[in-house]
Design a protein around this ligand. Structure first.
Ligand SMILES: [Zn+2]
Length: 288
């Protein structure tokens, strides 16, 4: 009986933590397992729908072989896309996090919307687990409120200097070092709080994942309660993902550690950045 109950639930693997911490890489690797399907950054789903943005396959959602059925079934009759998009974008903003941690107050319209989206995805895509790599902590806390959802969190963290270097590249949302550090401190603070309060969240270091992916994936499968022995292929195909970084433009990717910051950032700045983010660098065992 209990088993039937849990199989009715929508199982979500939610990646949280600061941007530029390797979430697109981890989400892509997870998609290669037969019981997992990666959706991408689902906080951008309604934006992609309304502004006719492309899936990672290069096609608009209505033409993408993965998303077309899902959205044609979703956007029927009087689906007020504009209203729902504004509602979601507002409710998922970071300033809601403290209140959500204390009161767990639910927004009914938002909950109905998310159930509708994920139920649609579930009816067309049969893999047990769906990966949402949105990273937004308020979104994680709101999805977790739904008793129909079984949400397992993975908090991904990375050396601040890798994050700063990555934000410096031509990305969707570039940041200067100071604002990257502030962002890093705020998001890691809330991620750490959620991680400590919520046994459904595990913490993974980007560097550990790239150095020993099979070991980390084994930890993730244990966290999901899945009996699976991990054997990784040489390279990983990019699924049909919403949002994500420019890595998604490749057809296949390989797991390799991005250590470019060691060359690109002067030693003096490396030391300054390290001490600016000291609490998290120390806590997560990053060396100077
Ligand atoms: Zn696609």
């Amino acid at each position: 009986m209990q088993k039937a109950e849990s199989s009715k639930k929508i199982n979500i693997i939610y990646l949280l933590g600061p941007g530029r911490s390797g979430t697109t890489l981890l989400a892509t690797v997870l998609d290669n397992f037969s019981n997992i399907c990666t959706l991408g950054e689902m906080h951008q789903f309604l934006e992609h729908l309304q502004d006719e943005k492309e899936c990672s396959c290069g096609k608009k959602l209505e033409r993408c072989p993965y998303w077309s059925d899902i959205i044609s079934n979703l956007v029927e009759k009087d689906f007020e896309l504009d209203y729902y998009r504004n509602l979601s974008e507002n409710l998922e903003e970071h300033h809601h996090i403290p209140l959500l941690l204390i009161t767990n107050k639910e927004n009914k319209s938002y909950s109905i919307l998310q159930k509708k989206i994920f139920n649609n995805i579930k009816s067309f895509s049969k893999e047990k687990w769906k990966v949402d790599s949105s990273k937004y902590i308020a979104r994680y806390l709101r999805l977790k409120q739904q008793k129909e959802f079984n949400v397992k969190g993975i908090y991904l963290t990375r050396d601040v200097r890798g994050v700063i270097n990555s934000f410096h590249k031509k990305v969707q949302t570039p940041k200067k070092p100071l604002s990257a550090i502030l962002y890093y401190l705020v998001i890691n603070f809330f991620s750490e709080v959620v991680y400590r309060l919520d046994k459904n969240v595990i913490k993974v270091k980007y560097e550990d994942f790239t150095q020993n992916p099979e070991k980390i994936l084994q930890r993730i499968f244990n966290h999901l309660g899945e009996q699976k022995s991990v054997k990784l292929p040489e390279s990983h195909a990019i699924p049909h993902i919403i949002g994500g970084n420019r890595m998604k433009r490749n057809k296949m990717i390989k797991i390799s550690e991005d250590n470019a910051w060691k060359k690109n950032i002067s030693r003096k700045k490396q030391i300054i950045y390290y001490f600016c983010a000291f609490p998290f660098m120390k806590l997560n065992n990053y060396k100077l």
